[in-house]
Design a protein around this ligand. Structure first.
Ligand code: 5GP
Ligand code: ZN
Length: 113
């Protein structure tokens, strides 16, 4: 498997993992765009939202729930934070394994591109 995030899940590529359970892991983005920039991903390889079946879709709710808890832990629950999932090339998805960005710790622009 040459998926970089599957390799992070397998521990083959080091990451600053800050949460994991049976279904997901969360780690710090290697190229942070904000003081808090975490990635929350399913352990199972799902290439993008387009590939997410209805049966698999509860994983997204779980990812959001954990993101909310991590935002609290990072101290940005009150100041505000943004959750983003890019899907496909024109949205800027680089890594073909679903990931939820958690961004916060500074005032984010309202530019959605
Ligand atoms: P995308 O553009 O696909 O939505 O976001 C991919 C994100 O993964 C980028 O923010 C990028 O910095 C991050 N990333 C890519 N490779 C690695 C890696 O090996 N380790 C970590 N921690 N983050 C990575
Ligand atoms: Zn993968």
């Amino acid at each position: 498997m040459d998926c970089i995030f599957c390799q992070i899940v397998a521990g083959e590529i080091p990451s600053e993992t800050i949460y994991q359970d049976e279904e997901i892991i969360a780690f710090r983005d290697i190229n942070p765009l904000a003081p808090t920039h975490l990635l929350i991903i399913p352990k199972r390889h799902i290439p993008s939202l387009t590939h997410l079946s209805e049966a698999e879709s509860p994983i997204i709710g779980h990812m959001v729930n954990i993101a909310n808890q991590l935002a609290e832990r990072e101290g940005i629950s009150q100041s505000g934070y943004r959750l983003v999932i890019n899907c496909g090339e024109e949205a800027g998805q680089i890594v073909p394994h679903i990931h939820l960005h958690l961004l916060g710790g500074r005032r984010l622009t309202d530019n959605f591109g």
